[in-house]
Structures are given as structure tokens and as C-alpha cells.
Design a protein around this ligand. Structure first.
Ligand code: GAF
Length: 389
């Protein structure tokens, strides 16, 4: 997880001043996320349990006259501009700027007068690591534009708007988890989200008190056909729900699973359904353990989730499987790939005093297989989108 050095909020403020002169009117931060459990369940109307990372994207911004947006990003070093015509319909701005233009488009499409603005973006959320850098960017830009425009959009309605930027403007068919995590997570908690009605419960996730840590391992695996495979999984789930005559796979319970599987005629679809239905149940079981203060007992559920993603949903890769196996052998209580898959990150639940041993064991297993060395970081559940002082 290599990033530019220095404080991200200062980098955004300094970037603003060097690009535009003067101080920004404000700075808005949105975090990346890891998903503790509940993978590929969001677009099946199911359950997820993400928490926000201490890694954040910060937007320093002020208003500018007219329907004009100017955006500088430290990651590309580029400045882009776009106007009303570019946000009249999806797809006109491409590349990283699409995530910003998409938010302006989504605001306007929902009837909110998005204010013209100058923005400077800095980020500690690594790109392409499955930690939701795009949702962090969308959420920070949305927070900035809402405040600059004096627009009133309750936090519970913001994730859908940011998701539309990604689904419709950018064109990625993702679910509601990542934007919800960026916007609605709280420090010290995991966010239990029902993706059907978007109700949430903040679940205390006090790792320190339990003497535990979450180790995040960036698998560094090249994303292999991730976009196409993600869309294919989604199509397969939707087709299965249709074949079963339910609105979404969330409507199949584990008790009904065997009879549902018997009604499907190909093995691949059966395995996809089994992953989603059992994963929803694993989220509920994890939440029950956390509510009972039994964080040290959730490990087997995390590992079972990984096995289900590996064997049934088929979204893991040799690097993530190696990281999980090595972490477990070195004493992790549980480990799983987190995020959309085909690379990205693994999380391991470890005793605080074993975090280094587990990280070293994963690195050694990688070296044996000649994989690109992974990077590791221990993380605590952090705040969602905020305006910085
Ligand atoms: C990606 C998507 F953006 C999410 O909506 C979710 O489906 C996740 O993959 C898999 O759980 O992060």
C-alpha cells in the first residue's frame, strides 16, 4: 500500500493552493473500507458488514461561478475541467474524472442544483486494491458539493446518489455497499447494512478490548478480468433469482437452500446461489456473535466465507488463497478475501501479539511462490465521511 507521503488533508489543501491560489473553503474526507463479511450479497438485496479504514480521500474545494467544475488530482497530477454539457448525460467525462463528473450528474439528475466548484483531491486509499477508492472519491466529492451548495440531503440518501454516479455515469454495475460504508460507517463500529431497505445498525467492533487486530494484506495480484467477471456474477445471481421466482437471492433462506438448488439445472448456477445464501447467513451469524461481545469467535465464519468465495463463487486467485492459508497456518483466527475479488485484499483476524508473525508468514509464502511481495497494514474501524476542521 504505497502512497504519497505526508498528511493527506494537508496535501489536498496544499494542492488546492498551488493549483488555484488562496485557501479552499473547506476539506471533506471519505474513507476506503474493508468488508468484514458479506461478499457479493449487496446486489442480491442481502446483508453486508463493512467498516471504514483510516485511509482516506480528501477533497479541498471552493465554489466557482457558473456551471463549471475544475478538478486537480495528486494521483495523476492532471487538472480537468467540465461544464454543464459534460454532465447533461452519462459518459462524456472519462477516466478518473468520471467519478467526479458522475457525482455532479447524479446530483443534477436528482433535482439538486450542484454548485460550480474547484476541487483538489489527495488520497491515501490505494487504487485497484479492492478497498473502494472509487466510493471514497465519490463520497468526498458529494460531501463537498452538498456543503458548498447548501444542499440538504440526509446521510441515508447519499449512498444511492453516489452509487448512481458509479452505475450510470461511470458504467460499473456495483451494489450499494461501498458508498454506504464510506458515508455511514462510524469509528469503533462495523456497519450492518440491509441492502434491501438500507437500514443500518452500528455494531460495536472493539478490537483493542479483545486484544485483537485486523491485518489487511494487499495481495498485489493483477486484476484479471475483474470488471467482466463481476458483471457475470451479478447476471448469474439475477438469472437464478428469476428462475427461482423470488425478487432476489436474499429471499432464499439457508433452510430453503436444498430445495432451491434442486430446482436449478446447472451446477455453476447452483454454486453461485449457495455462496450468496450461505454468505447472507454468515453475516447474520457474525453480527449475532459481535452483539454478544464474542469478537474472538467470528474467525471460523470469516474463513468459511473465503472457502465459499473460492469454491462456489470462484472469485479468489492464487495470491489471495495463499495469503489466507499462510495467515491461518501462522495462527490467524480467521481470514478471507475482502471486496469484489480477482485480486484485491485479504483480511486476517489476529491476536495483537501475532500480527507481525502472520504478516511475516504471508510474505514468506509469497516468496516461495515467486508472487509480487504483498503489503500489510493493521487497521481499526474508523469514521465515515466528515468535514474536516
Ligand atoms: C465491489 C462492489 F462495488 C460492491 O458493491 C460489492 O458488490 C463488492 O464488490 C462485493 O461484495 O466492491
Amino acid at each position: 500500500m504505497t502512497n504519497p507521503t505526508g498528511d493527506v488533508a494537508e496535501r489536498a489543501a496544499e494542492g488546492f493552493t498551488s493549483q488555484y491560489g488562496g485557501d479552499a473553503a473547506g476539506r471533506w474526507a471519505a474513507p476506503g473500507r474493508v468488508n468484514l463479511i458479506g461478499e457479493h450479497t449487496d446486489y442480491n438485496d442481502g446483508f453486508v458488514l463493512p467498516f471504514a479504514l483510516p485511509l482516506r480521500t480528501v477533497v479541498a474545494a471552493d465554489r466557482q461561478d457558473g456551471e463549471q467544475w475544475t478538478v486537480w488530482s495528486e494521483l495523476s497530477g492532471e487538472t480537468i475541467t467540465f461544464g454543464a454539457d459534460d454532465v447533461a448525460e452519462p459518459g462524456r467525462v472519462t477516466g478518473w474524472g468520471a467519478y467526479v463528473a458522475g457525482v455532479v450528474w447524479a446530483l443534477r439528475d436528482a433535482g439538486h442544483p450542484a454548485p460550480g466548484a474547484r476541487l483538489a483531491i489527495a488520497s491515501d486509499v490505494p487504487l485497484g486494491a479492492g478497498l473502494s477508492s472509487s466510493a471514497a472519491l465519490e463520497s468526498a466529492v458529494l460531501a463537498a458539493l452538498l456543503d458548498l451548495g447548501g444542499l440538504d440531503l440526509p446521510a441515508e440518501r447519499q449512498p444511492r446518489l453516489a452509487q448512481r454516479a458509479e452505475n450510470v455515469y461511470v458504467g460499473a454495475p456495483t451494489g450499494i455497499m461501498d458508498q454506504s460504508a464510506a458515508i455511514r460507517c462510524r469509528a469503533g463500529h462495523a456497519l450492518f447494512l440491509d441492502c434491501r431497505d438500507e437500514s443500518v445498525e452500528q455494531i460495536p467492533f472493539d478490537l483493542d478490548a479483545a486484544g485483537l487486530a485486523v491485518l489487511v494484506i494487499d495481495s498485489r495480484a493483477p486484476h484479471r478480468h475483474a470488471d467482466g467477471e463481476y458483471a457475470a456474477r451479478r447476471r448469474s445471481c439475477e438469472a437464478a433469482a428469476k428462475a427461482l421466482g423470488v425478487p432476489a437471492l436474499r429471499d432464499v433462506t439457508v433452510d430453503q437452500l436444498d430445495s432451491a438448488l434442486a430446482r436449478l439445472d446447472d451446477d455453476e448456477t447452483r454454486r453461485r446461489v449457495r455462496h450468496v445464501v450461505t454468505e447472507d447467513q454468515r453475516v447474520l451469524d457474525t453480527v449475532a456473535l459481535l452483539r454478544a461481545g464474542r469478537v474472538q469467535d467470528i474467525g471460523p465464519l470469516l474463513t468459511a466465507s473465503h472457502v465459499s468465495m473460492r469454491d462456489d463463487f470462484e472469485i479468489t486467485v492464487p495470491e489471495t488463497d495463499t495469503a489466507v492459508e499462510a495467515a491461518l497456518e501462522a495462527g490467524a483466527l480467521g481470514a478471507r478475501m475482502t471486496g469484489g475479488g480477482f485480486g484485491g485484499c485479504v483480511l486476517a483476524l489476529v491476536g495483537v501479539d501475532r500480527a507481525d508473525t502472520v504478516a511475516t508468514a504471508v510474505k514468506a509464502a509469497y516468496a516461495e511462490r515467486a508472487f509480487t511481495a504483498p503489503t500489510t497494514l493493521t487497521v481499526l474501524p474508523s469514521p465515515g465521511t466528515t468535514r474536516l476542521p
